[in-house]
Ligand binder design. Structure first.
Ligand code: PNS
Length: 165
């Protein structure tokens, strides 16, 4: 029987590291909601709906079973409250390094205190551990090819976005 888990993040943009975590979480738990957390006060490369569309395309291209996948946007309020509303009691996150781990331990503790929602931390695949959305954004904005770091649909959306400027 599948266990419904939530994979939250800014995903601005979704990277190959995120794709790897999503695939592994789905293989382990069987049902996954990708939760795009959108901070309206923070400037983003892509709006939340575009991010979801790019993630959806990336997961289709990766031949991931779409039946077990859901997408959601959190624009305000607590992540754990939304998790409980949609019937998920586990959050999944990727951890790339010690700094990530420290930050994620603190968030996991607060989230569990708030709601008893647990967090499962997945160590990033070593070959993907250096990829971050912020670096991808910076490099893409300077006109470089980022197709080594992001799914094809995201690389093409970044190219279009920064070509237009
Ligand atoms: O990809 P990111 O930006 O590292 O993801 C962090 C995110 C968005 C998952 C985190 O900031 C979050 O959960 N925000 C939702 C608001 C919330 O519940 N905050 C309390 C967490 S302790």
């Amino acid at each position: 029987m599948p266990i419904h888990v939530v994979y939250p993040g800014s995903f601005d943009p979704f990277t190959l590291g995120h794709l790897d975590v999503a695939k592994r979480a789905l293989a382990m738990f069987g049902e996954l909601t990708v939760m795009v957390v959108h901070n309206p006060h923070k400037e983003a490369a892509f709006d939340a709906q575009t991010r979801i569309e790019l993630i959806r395309q990336s997961l289709i291209q990766a031949e991931i079973n779409q039946d077990a996948l859901h997408f959601d946007v959190l624009a305000e309020g607590l992540l754990v409250e939304r998790c409980l509303e949609i019937g998920a009691k586990i959050i999944v996150k990727g951890v790339r390094n010690g700094a990530d781990a420290e930050y994620e331990f603190a968030m996991a503790t607060v989230n569990r205190d708030l709601s008893a929602v647990e967090t499962m931390l997945l160590p990033a695949a070593p070959e993907l551990a250096q990829i971050s959305s912020s670096l991808v954004r910076q490099v893409a904005a300077l006109g470089a090819d980022v197709s080594k770091y992001v799914p094809a649909s995201v690389a093409s959306a970044l190219k279009t976005k920064f070509e237009r400027r």
